[in-house]
Design a protein around this ligand. Sequence first.
Ligand SMILES: O=c1ccn([C@H]2C[C@H](O)[C@@H](COP(=O)(O)OP(=O)(O)OP(=O)(O)O)O2)c(=O)[nH]1
Ligand SMILES: [Mg+2]
Length: 144
Amino acid sequence: MIIKVINKSNNVLPSYETLHAAGMDLRAYIDAPITLKPLQRKLISTGLYIELPENFEAQIRPRSGLALKHGIGIVNSPGTIDADYRGEIKVLLVNLSDEDFVVNNGERIAQMIIARHETAQWQEVEVLSETSRGTGGYGHTGRG
Ligand SMILES: O=c1ccn([C@H]2C[C@H](O)[C@@H](COP(=O)(O)OP(=O)(O)OP(=O)(O)O)O2)c(=O)[nH]1
Ligand SMILES: [Mg+2]
């Protein structure tokens, strides 16, 4: 699919790193390095603005390597970019390690997945259909 994008950064556009990758890596677009102290969170710019088709969203997800090696997560993971959003895509990083983490311009900080979604309408009713699960949940089928 084709997605319109404005790139105000000095970075290359996000791209799939391998042939069948689900996510495109997003790069930080910042004037100077940003330090995240332990447990600190900061909104990181990407310089990207996109126009998604109706019934598509972009999900902003963490990179597992940064998570494993440096404890870097995304506070609102997965972040949601709505199809009608025209602002800059930003990434809310958090440092869950006990050491400072420095983000540099152009660094790959997150990944973006383009996904189709439904738009639902409600049908209000009094009764829902019966199932074998019923209202059971939260481990109701046991552990092993
Ligand atoms: O990680 C994110 C999450 C959101 N957004 C942008 C795109 C999205 O369409 C908009 C609103 O996001 P969301 O609905 O998650 O935030 P909200 O707190 O509900 O704000 P709003 O009232 O503007 O919807 O902010 C980002 O750039 N990065
Ligand atoms: Mg919202």
